[in-house]
Every structure is written in structure tokens, then in C-alpha cells.
Design a protein around this ligand. Structure first.
Ligand code: SF4
Length: 481
């Protein structure tokens, strides 16, 4: 029986078995990390293939993969909980003539969450509504951004502040999303959505395809000139700002004749209307499926028989072309080719709808203590940009202000970079890279520094080798990103 002390659960693990999180096991009385450590290899010639490691660690000669082009990630590195102990790997290497140290660990994050950006016009649910996974609240709907709906999932309150079931559902949803798996979410008072990083969202079973080109007003602005001469009025139906061409500044500038069509909703500025309908899965994120229903009245003093009216959504997926009859009633007609071309161009200008998952975490004091004996110096050094933080070798966004609060796009990290412990908390790789001189000056664990060559000799044979994600700046390249 061995006792794992890598998290507060303190599992007692029988020989041949693994602990509650499956990350540690008892191998003949020895506590081992079950996943191999992940090394990132920068291809020798940029874009070239990665050379696999030798089968046997003992045979490793350190030459196939140069130490200065190899980066030890936190994935599989293990945790030193509580972090009065130095981090599992403190690696020294030479980079562009600078003696560098990289402190590598798997952080156990209770203070962490996942921000999900869903490119869609569809209304997923009201702001602040509960987002659920397996019936448990795991987060909430937050602000809508331009063409996207944001969800905030996880966070310490759901992980620790509710029932055990809520904590576990939250941890599971975050873990899956962070590892690039699909998760089905439901929103109170809203809809169901399947979210997977890098994939289109599936809203109530229907895959989303396009991200809107802009709001109704923006769409009017972009395409006004192209409609001129082909239609007399265009109404772009949108949940947030519905645009009416001849009233809009764009129509005025083009000297378009007022068409006298008044749409429902609250007029904001000329040609821009709010609240034309309820939010929904219909045209432009409204609940409208019959677009003519948003027309409140047609002014007989301004409109005329034969007037050509186009209605479209902000993605061009829905459109209707009408001509006013002698009673000034819109009658659907075949859309002329020139008008269709502009509607198609709206679609062409829409980007593919994707889900983006960013993992956000605060590296607490104890994690920092695994890096240096005087943790506040690490914080300052990260904040000033002297210490580069990466997660699984991927660049992070460091939030301004106190502490080390970082955000990372999970798709820029190697596969299966995340784990969990049943406290519950998420386990994520994190690396701090800084010049050796500064590391020592900030109270770094000097005795624990191991040269990269030695790490390769000791762990190279068992390591998982990944080539660095192409768009990432090489972790140790000081002049990049
Ligand atoms: S849950 Fe995992 S990390 Fe925590 S003590 Fe058990 S085996 Fe170790």
C-alpha cells in the first residue's frame, strides 16, 4: 500500500491499482504517475517531422532531439501537493544564449472555469440563466458578444459551493470541454446546445453553420450600395438591431426614397430598431418565422404599388422578396438574380460557426510556492512579463491586476492535457519560464534545477512526444508572441 500525497484526497493505493483520479498508481510499492510526461519538440527544420524517441531510456543519447528544441510540459509531470515541496520538474536549458529555467507542474485548480464562446445568432437562453449538465447547474449564460453567445462554466462556487453532485457534474463538464470532447448543455428558459471546442454548436439538434456578418444595422451599412437600384427597401431582421434601409443613414446617403414601411419595436436611431420580436431560433435570432409579421404598418402616403421589398436575416440563411400589390400589400415574388447575389454575399461573408473553449484559472499561493520560496516575486515577474507562463506549452493570456490569473485556448494545447482530482478540482499543466539568474534571485529552488539533458536521459524513453502547435510561439523563443 502506498499513500499518494499529490492532492488532499490522500489515497491509499494497493499494489497494481491506481488512485481515485487514475493519475497515480502503485507500481510494486512505488508511487508512479500513470500518464507519460509530454515533451514538446520543435521540429529541427521548421515544419519538419518530429523524430521519435528511442525505445529505451538507457539508450537515449540526448542527440536525436536537441535539448534546446525540447520543452517539458506540465502534462503528466505530476503534482507536489501541498506545494511547500518544489515543483516536479525544474529544468535548466540554454535558449538563444540565455541560461533559462522552466518550472513545470500540474496545478490543482479549484479556482478555475471555462469560458465558452458559441458563434450563433440563435437565442440560447436569457442572460444569467442557469446552464446545466446532467441536470446540475454548472454555470450561467453571460453577455452576448458580436455574433456569439458566451457561457461561463465552472468556477469555485459550482465546484465546492453546492452539492457533491453539482461539484462532480461541473468538474466533469469542464474536464470534457477542456480536453476537446463534446458536452451537452441545457439552458433554463432556453435551449439545448452541444458544445465542442473547434466544432460548430448544435442547437436543439440542429448544427449551426454561419456566424452573422453583423447586426441588422451593420448588414444594411455593408450592403446598401449593392442593393441600390435592385430593391426599394430592405429590412434586415435581427434580435438586437433590425435595420431598415431607406430610413438608415446608409439609405439616406444613397439618396434612397423613403418607402413608408414601419417595423415593430423601439426605434433607436433612424433605420435602427430594438426589440422587434422576442429572442428565439428564428430569423436573425428572433422568434420570427413569418418575417412580414414584424411590419407594423405601410404608409400609403409614401409606399407605392410595385415597390420591391427584400427581407433577410443577418446570416442570409433566411430571406424573402416581395412586391407591393395595388393595395400596398407585400406579395412574395421570385427574387431577381441581382438581389439573390447580395443575399448570397451576406452568407459568403459569414464565418463558420464554431465553439471556442478557453480554460481560465488562478495559480494560487501554494502553486507559486512550488516555484519559489518567495512566491510574490514570481507573481510580480509574471505580471511584468519577465516570466513567461505557458500551459502545456501553449501561450496564455495573463489577466492584469493581482495574482496569476491566466486564460488559455484549449485547442492550442496537446491532447488530453487536463485531468481532475475528486475534491473536485481540475488538474492542468502549467509552466513558468524565466532566465536562470532571475529565478535564483527570486528565491527559486536552486538545488532542484536539473539540466534538460538529464531529464531527457531519465524520462525520454517513456515520454509522449508532441510537435508544438504550429501557431504557438515556441515556448522558449523570447522574441516570439
Ligand atoms: S485522487 Fe489522485 S492525486 Fe489525489 S491522492 Fe488520490 S491518486 Fe493521488
Amino acid at each position: 500500500m502506498v499513500r499518494c500525497d499529490a492532492c488532499p484526497v490522500l489515497c491509499r493505493i494497493r499494489p497494481g491499482r491506481s488512485g481515485a483520479c487514475s493519475r497515480y498508481a502503485n507500481d510494486n510499492g512505488l508511487l508512479i504517475r500513470t500518464d507519460p510526461v509530454v515533451l514538446l519538440a520543435e521540429a529541427v527544420e521548421l515544419g519538419g517531422p518530429v523524430v521519435p524517441f528511442a525505445e529505451n531510456a538507457e539508450d537515449w543519447d540526448g542527440k536525436i532531439l536537441p535539448a534546446n528544441r525540447t520543452f517539458v510540459t506540465g502534462i503528466g509531470s505530476g503534482t507536489t501537493y501541498p506545494d511547500y515541496k518544489p515543483a516536479p520538474f525544474i529544468v535548466s536549458s540554454q535558449h538563444e544564449g540565455v541560461d533559462t529555467v522552466t518550472v513545470v507542474t500540474e496545478g490543482i485548480f479549484s479556482y478555475c472555469g471555462v469560458k465558452v464562446k458559441i458563434d450563433t445568432d440563435r437565442h440560447l437562453g436569457p442572460e444569467t440563466a442557469a446552464v446545466r449538465a446532467n441536470g446540475e447547474q454548472v454555470g450561467h449564460v453571460t453577455t452576448a458578444e458580436y455574433g456569439s453567445q458566451m457561457l461561463s462554466l465552472g468556477g469555485v462556487r459550482h465546484l465546492t459551493g453546492g452539492s457533491k453532485k453539482e461539484g462532480n457534474a461541473t468538474c466533469e463538464a469542464m474536464l470534457k470541454l477542456s480536453n476537446g470532447e463534446a458536452v451537452e448543455l441545457t439552458i433554463d428558459g432556453g435551449h439545448g446546445v452541444i458544445v465542442q471546442a473547434g466544432h460548430a454548436p448544435i442547437v436543439d439538434g440542429k448544427p449551426e453553420t454561419r456566424m452573422r456578418v453583423g447586426c441588422g444595422s451593420a448588414t444594411i451599412g455593408i450592403f446598401a450600395k449593392q442593393w441600390q437600384g435592385h430593391v426599394d427597401e430592405v429590412i434586415v431582421v435581427d434580435d438586437h438591431i433590425t435595420g431598415v434601409l431607406t430610413e438608415h443613414q446608409a439609405g439616406r446617403v444613397l439618396d434612397m426614397k423613403p418607402a413608408g414601411i414601419r417595423v415593430r419595436g423601439r426605434k433607436s436611431t433612424p433605420g435602427r430598431y430594438f426589440q422587434v420580436a422576442q429572442p428565439g431560433l428564428g430569423w436573425g435570432g428572433t422568434d420570427i418565422t413569418e418575417p412580414l409579421s414584424i411590419i407594423q404598418k405601410i404608409d400609403a402616403a409614401l409606399a407605392w404599388p410595385g415597390m420591391r421589398l427584400l427581407m433577410t436575416s443577418t446570416t442570409g440563411e433566411d430571406s424573402l422578396y416581395c412586391v407591393l400589390d395595388e393595395n400596398l400589400l407585400p406579395v412574395e415574388a421570385e427574387m431577381p438574380a441581382a438581389v439573390r447575389q447580395v443575399v448570397e454575399r451576406i452568407g459568403e461573408n459569414c464565418e463558420p460557426s464554431l465553439c471556442t473553449v478557453t480554460f481560465m484559472a488562478g495559480a494560487g499561493g501554494s502553486l507559486r510556492a512550488g516555484v519559489t520560496e518567495n512566491p510574490v516575486l514570481l507573481t510580480r515577474s509574471v505580471q511584468s512579463g519577465t516570466t513567461r507562463v505557458t500551459m502545456g506549452g501553449a501561450p496564455v493570456y495573463v489577466w492584469p491586476g493581482g495574482g496569476i490569473t491566466v486564460m488559455v485556448d484549449v485547442l492550442r494545447m496537446p491532447k488530453n492535457a487536463f485531468g481532475y482530482v475528486p475534491t473536485p478540482a481540475i488538474v492542468a499543466p502549467i509552466e513558468f519560464t524565466l532566465p536562470r539568474e532571475l529565478y535564483l534571485a527570486s528565491g527559486g529552488h536552486a538545488d532542484e534545477i536539473v539540466p534538460m539533458e538529464e531529464i531527457l536521459r531519465a524520462h525520454g524513453g517513456q515520454a509522449r512526444i508532441e510537435s508544438a502547435v504550429a501557431e504557438n510561439p515556441w515556448p522558449l523563443r523570447r522574441d516570439a508572441g
